[in-house]
Design a protein around this ligand. Structure first.
Ligand SMILES: [Zn+2]
Length: 316
């Protein structure tokens, strides 16, 4: 499942390759991919708009779509009615602006195709966006859990409204936050989140409503880096260990972003290329292999139903 570093890699690719591109046509081949709107309304609302920004919040991509002045879509109001508006004055909303939110979930892929290329097969796309310059953006998804939303105000879209803070500090890696989280998360807020939870630390790191963007790969890698066992009770983790874990989490995510994500499964970047981060994993999927620090065989077990690998000597 793509996590924060993989989604951030795709975000940077979208900025590089499709920023300022105008959407000419949208074909919804699998209507279940679109949330809340009939596919025809979705297509009409999106066609003719230009991609003017690409943000990320946790594992969600947020594309800003702007309609040129004076070319109002007859269906533009539909998206507005799908989600409640925030109180007036809370946020500045640009007229003609809407947000396309993409959640890749388990196996979703966004792939850019040149005008001369045939659409990818196996699996076939669930949605095809064709740009005015002839290129196409394909949304493929083997397991079909991925979702696309269209909204006037992305902060109020239900799954995003529930997200916890981003683990990376303000301004780094293009991360944007909800206005009420504009201070982001820091070591002290992270310590407070841990103090309030009596369950195991690993599922806490993976809980999107507590902290956004971390999944099974980077939770295990960050815990190894910090020297903390995945089943440790969150509220019992000592202050100095919390400091280590907070630093380890950010270092783990940053190094994976530098390596353009992990491609053990179906993850590919916008041009279909695999990432390199999987070559550097210390523990993820390495049960039975030697610990990179002490060479003791790594232990694999389930923590809250999810497979976890750790070193019984290096992690306490
Ligand atoms: Zn070890």
């Amino acid at each position: 499942m793509p996590e924060l570093p993989e989604i951030e890699t795709i975000r940077r690719d979208l900025i590089q390759f499709v920023l300022s591109a105008t959407i000419q046509r949208v074909e919804v081949l699998d209507p279940t991919v679109i949330c809340e709107l009939p596919p025809a309304t979705f297509s009409q609302s999106v066609q003719g708009t230009t991609i003017t920004n690409v943000q990320r919040y946790g594992k969600y991509l947020i594309l800003t779509l702007t309609r040129p002045c004076g070319s109002a879509s007859p269906q533009a109001g539909e998206a507005r009615e799908s989600y409640p508006l925030s109180p007036p004055g809370e946020r500045v909303r640009v007229r003609g602006e809407q947000f396309l939110i993409v959640h890749l979930r388990m196996t979703g892929q966004l792939l850019l195709g040149t005008p001369s290329e045939q659409p990818p097969t196996n699996p076939t796309p669930r949605l095809i966006v064709t740009f005015a310059d002839g290129r196409s953006l394909y949304f493929r998804d083997q397991r079909r859990f991925g979702k696309i939303f269209l909204a006037r105000d992305w902060h109020t879209v239900p799954p995003l409204a529930r997200l916890g803070p981003e683990p990376l500090p303000i301004g780094s890696d293009g991360v944007r936050r909800k206005p009420d989280l504009k201070d982001g998360c820091d070591r002290d807020k992270f310590a407070e989140l841990l103090r309030r939870h009596t369950g195991a630390i690993k599922p806490l790191l993976m809980n999107q409503t507590i902290i956004a963007g971390v999944g099974n790969i980077y939770a295990q890698e960050a815990l190894f880096r910090a020297g903390i066992k995945p089943m440790r009770k969150a509220h019992r983790i000592r202050a100095y260990e919390v400091t280590h874990l907070w630093a380890a989490l950010q270092a783990t995510l940053r190094s994976a972003i530098r390596r353009r994500g992990s491609s053990q499964n179906t993850y590919r970047d916008l041009l279909g290329r695999p990432g390199r981060a999987q070559r550097f994993h210390a523990v993820y999927r390495r049960a039975g292999q030697p610990c990179p620090r002490c060479e003791t065989p790594l232990v694999g077990l389930k923590v809250s139903g999810r497979s976890s690998v750790f070193c019984r000597y290096c992690q306490h």
